[in-house]
Design a protein around this ligand. Structure first.
Ligand code: SF4
Ligand code: SF4
Length: 98
């Protein structure tokens, strides 16, 4: 019989924290982990606890995890500052102001 190997991994540190969980609201259903297409959310090893954000720097802010969550406010997505920039139309000066 083949010998089983056990692998462990830790959370990769990053300057951004795109996903935050509210442990008082999260029911640990792990639905958010199933829909993340880049697999950065990993179920907690403790049943009922919120998942772990394993690779926060890989998040591309699609919002699928938040949309999938059945509990409002259990998971939050925080966009980086550059994603919050708003572009406003340039107001051309009037002829008499030139
Ligand atoms: S926002 Fe998208 S990429 Fe980021 S953790 Fe959620 S599902 Fe994954
Ligand atoms: S954040 Fe929402 S979808 Fe994710 S484990 Fe918690 S309750 Fe489930």
């Amino acid at each position: 019989m083949a010998k089983q190997k056990q692998f462990t991994a830790g959370v990769v540190s990053c300057s951004t924290m795109p996903i935050t969980y509210d442990s008082s609201k999260c029911i640990g259903c792990n639905r958010c982990t199933y829909v993340c297409q880049v697999d950065i959310l990993v179920p907690s090893k403790t049943k009922g606890e919120h998942p772990i954000v394993m690779y926060p720097g890989e998040c591309y802010y699609c919002g699928a995890c938040v949309m999938e969550c059945p509990v409002e406010g259990a998971i939050k997505l925080r966009h980086p500052l550059m994603n919050k920039a708003r572009f406003i139309p340039i107001i051309e000066p009037k002829e008499e102001d030139k």
